[in-house]
Write a protein that binds this ligand. Structure first.
Ligand SMILES: [Zn+2]
Length: 448
């Protein structure tokens, strides 16, 4: 029997806005004293009116654009009703049938296209803390996180292995980081993962599909990958024992136990109809202007795939370019770009020395010039150029002389003071790494 896993991913991202999604409370809730960042709006008190956060909507649209989605001209918020203590209002403001963005895609390195069903905006819930107080087991609730803007990215079930799922998640992480709309810190819960898994089993008789399983709230790429692996094996075994196939009513939700490395049944999954969605009556629908979307598209930063392509154009191997972009060391990337046209630096060699850890990037807060100087001086030491390699420097001086034939003629006509200018230009070309005396003697030799 041929088994094909069908894996989809839901990714929740907490946006890094100043205020919450529908009120003026601070959105930065991490480590704050419980229930100190709330107001009648995010607590859902009677008469409170939500006002949508423009920056959050912009960030959601930018994520959609970066994932090649269509931006829907008309969009709205809906109420999703469910009763749970982390939800102060008894409902969550989310988006149901008219999300801001839909139908996008992302390419894996293999060239496989993974569909993005939708990118929508909603509000985060509060946080429950299970504790023992005075010998009694209690659950405490902190509403500081309630109402923080949350973007949900939903992929189509186009992924067929845990490795593909992990690559997809890493790519999403890098794209969001490049956009700068969230710190995507998984440990702080700013990026939360929910894989949906089932299997297509094919034999001579036909195709069978196992019941759909959603694995909730995972906070690491490795855990997501392990949970998917476990589910693939578990569902294949379950099917061989029970023969139960996917139906419209047997979707379940499971949790992941990182210690036991297994998934466990939490509850049978609610259907959309169980949430009794209806349009949020306090927020009118949005009409999104094409010109506004175009402006947002223009403002998109360089995305990881484009950045990798640019490094390849500078002559860097794809493998090294990917590691450099993924490491997100902006000074290292800038150094490579700055030195890409420098005649004494072999740019691929510099890149591979950085990638392989031969050049250590010093941690000097906000002093990028000092970091760059250290990178280049390590490069010169490792490759023995700069101060000692007269052959390399001769190439540089020859280039300088070739670009200033008029001045060379003047020098040879008797204007000896131009020697200083040639040395200066050569020094500039080596970004100050060369020994000035060697340069001066080269200039004198080459022009004599
Ligand atoms: Zn509030």
């Amino acid at each position: 029997m041929k088994i094909t896993p069908l894996i989809g991913l839901e990714v929740h991202l907490e946006l890094e806005t100043k205020s919450k999604m529908f009120c003026g409370c601070p959105a930065d809730h991490f480590g704050k004293k419980p229930n100190t960042q709330t107001c009648p709006v995010c607590l859902g008190l009677p008469g409170a009116l939500p006002v949508p956060n423009k920056k959050a909507i912009e960030s959601c649209l930018q994520i959609g654009l970066a994932l090649q989605c269509s931006i829907n001209t008309i969009s709205k918020f809906d109420r999703k009703q469910y009763f749970y203590p982390d939800l102060a209002k008894g409902y969550q403001i989310s988006q149901y049938d008219e999300p801001f963005c839909s139908d996008g895609f992302l390419f894996l390195d293999s060239g496989k296209k993974i569909g993005i069903e939708r990118v929508h905006l909603e509000e985060d819930t509060g946080k429950l803390q299970h504790k023992t107080l005075n010998g009694q087991k209690v659950t405490l609730v902190d509403y500081n996180r309630g109402g923080v803007p949350l973007v949900e990215i939903v992929s189509r079930p186009d992924l067929s292995s845990s490795a593909e799922a992990k690559e997809f998640l890493k790519k999403i992480h890098e794209i969001i980081r490049a956009l700068g709309v969230s710190s995507v810190d998984l440990e702080k819960g700013q990026m939360r993962l929910e894989p949906t898994v089932n299997l297509c089993l094919e034999n001579e008789i036909g195709s069978h599909y196992t019941p759909l399983v959603e694995i909730k709230n995972i906070n690491s790429f490795n855990f997501a990958s392990q949970a998917i692996e476990f589910e693939i094996t578990r569902q294949a075994e379950e099917f061989s024992q029970t023969g139960i196939e996917k139906s419209s009513t047997n979707k379940t939700t499971r949790g992941y136990d990182a210690v036991k490395k297994n998934t466990f049944l939490q509850r049978s999954k609610e259907e959309a109809k169980d949430y009794r969605y209806f349009p949020e009556p306090d927020i009118p629908p949005f009409i999104i202007d094409a010109g506004y979307v175009e402006k947002l598209r223009q403002k998109l930063p360089l995305l990881p795939d484009q950045e990798i392509a640019n490094l390849e154009k500078l002559g860097i191997d794809k493998k090294d370019a990917k590691i450099l972009v993924s490491s997100n060391n902006q000074v290292a990337l800038q150094t490579i770009k700055d030195y890409s046209t420098n005649s004494i630096v072999d740019i691929q060699k510099l890149a591979s020395l950085i990638v392989n850890g031969k050049i250590s990037i010093p941690v000097i807060a906000s002093d990028s010039a000092a970091i760059q100087k250290s990178i280049i001086s390590q490069y010169c030491d490792l490759t023995k150029i700069g101060t000692t390699d007269r052959g390399e420097l001769e190439k540089v001086v020859r280039e300088v002389l070739a670009t200033h034939p008029g001045l060379v003629a003047e020098y040879q006509g008797g204007k000896a003071s131009l020697a200083g200018f040639f040395v200066g230009q050569a020094m500039k070309a080596t970004r100050g790494t060369a020994d000035p005396q060697t340069l001066a003697s080269l200039v004198a030799d080459l022009l004599s």
